[in-house]
Design a protein around this ligand. Structure first.
Ligand SMILES: [Ca+2]
Ligand SMILES: [Ca+2]
Length: 388
């Protein structure tokens, strides 16, 4: 079913509010009519920049995100976690400019979050250190993170992602934990700190899960259950529990090799774009249409180039927005599970890939006009999940 909902931003029209109630529902499992059989031949691409290695050894780095500078996109940063005890900010040359000694799980970013009388770029995620939500605002002058967590802010372990609703203007954190989706509304507690409250719980699966990404325009959330499937669910708190199958493992005729890990979305202004997923077991990445039935497009691998290639990737992030001369058509950032220097394995890091390298290989339609920094900041239209 397709429908268009005109949504006016509630900051301008505060009368528009939905009553959000905590709900608990079993999933209605609606498998896609057919997942096209695997025909993937991995296309080879190279990264052009790698970040400084994370401080801890072993499988430590995990999930990157991209913060886009408000006026000069070449000053944007990559923010990534070292699960063993560091949360770090890197410039687009890969150099570390901040390291916060905290063990974080998955994190995400949204813009224009109302906090302490201003609108801030908010970075948030689950912290192993306090078993709850931790949030920072990005200082646009220093480009560094400043913590703004309210005492006792809740979140669950596992994967997670932020979501901004075009229906209500509210912001949410999703925790994706062992086949259960927990949705928390996040808000200013009145003291300029980010608090959370659980508003929805959906049992959608049974296995270990991590990759999570929400589509603010289409109002859906994608979830990777590591060994069994890539799913799509409604993102609104009252959206119900209808689960759609996007993909299944190659052993079942699909296109990923478990574990299925990080997910990210490439937005286009017309509502089209792409969903990218890390197929960790094959050291590669899948591309799907963002719209329609999320049709599978192709698979690529990041091979050795000016920096070493990428294997066993956990988290990924992408932006369509040009980020200066090095990334004129957007940026893909991925975790590298085996970082090497002169063929010697060293601490893990993150690799930066110009998105046009990906797009060019698959004939993807790019859009450098969509601005993620506009999310939450202006009137917008909630689009139907139309075709690509
Ligand atoms: Ca590598
Ligand atoms: Ca390297």
């Amino acid at each position: 079913m397709r429908k268009i909902i005109e949504a006016v931003h509630p900051l301008r029209h505060p009368v528009i509010r939905l009553v959000i109630t905590t709900s608990f529902a079993l999933v209605v499992f609606l498998p896609l009519a057919s997942v096209p059989p695997s025909t993937s031949t991995s296309v080879l691409i190279s990264a052009v920049v790698e970040t400084d290695p994370v401080p801890h050894e072993g499988d430590a780095a995990d999930d990157p995100l991209i913060w886009i500078h408000p006026t000069d996109p070449s000053l944007s940063t990559v923010i990534g976690n070292d699960r063993k005890g560091a949360f770090e900010v890197y410039d687009l040359s890969g150099h570390r400019i901040q390291s916060i000694p905290i063990a974080m799980g998955n994190t995400d970013i949204r813009y224009n979050f109302p906090l302490g009388g201003e609108q801030v770029a908010l970075v948030a995620g689950f912290s192993f250190a306090n078993s709850g939500l931790v949030a920072w605002k990005v200082n646009p002058t220093t480009r560094l993170l400043e913590e703004v967590t309210a005492p006792g802010a809740e979140a669950r372990s596992g994967g997670g992602a932020l979501y901004h609703s075009l229906v209500t203007g509210e912001y949410y954190w999703f925790s994706n934990t062992d086949g259960v989706l927990y949705q928390y509304r996040i808000f200013d507690n009145g003291l300029g700190q980010v608090a959370s409250e659980l508003v929805r719980t959906v049992n959608y699966g049974s296995g270990q899960a991590e990759g999570t990404v929400a589509d603010d325009v289409h109002g859906v959330v994608y979830l990777s259950e590591e060994i069994s499937g890539l799913w799509r669910l409604p993102a609104e708190p009252d959206g119900g529990s209808e689960k759609v199958t996007v993909d299944v493992p190659t052993t079942q005729g699909g296109h990923f090799t478990p574990d299925l890990e990080g997910l990210t979305l490439y937005y286009r202004s017309d509502g089209g774009g792409y969903l990218l997923a890390s197929s960790q077991g094959s050291d590669s990445f899948n591309i799907y249409e963002r719209g329609g039935d999320n049709a599978y497009i192709g698979t690529f691998t990041i091979q050795d180039g000016v920096v070493d290639g990428v294997s066993a990737s956990d988290g990924i992030d992408v932006t369509n927005l040009p980020l200066g001369p090095a990334f004129p058509s957007g940026l893909l950032v991925v975790h590298d599970g085996k970082n090497t220097e002169n063929d010697v394995k060293i601490h893990q890091n993150f690799k930066l890939v110009p998105f046009d390298q990906v797009a060019g290989q698959f004939g993807l339609v790019m859009d450098t006009a969509w601005d993620p920094r506009a999310v939450g900041g202006q009137a917008a239209i909630l689009r139907p999940r139309c075709g690509p």
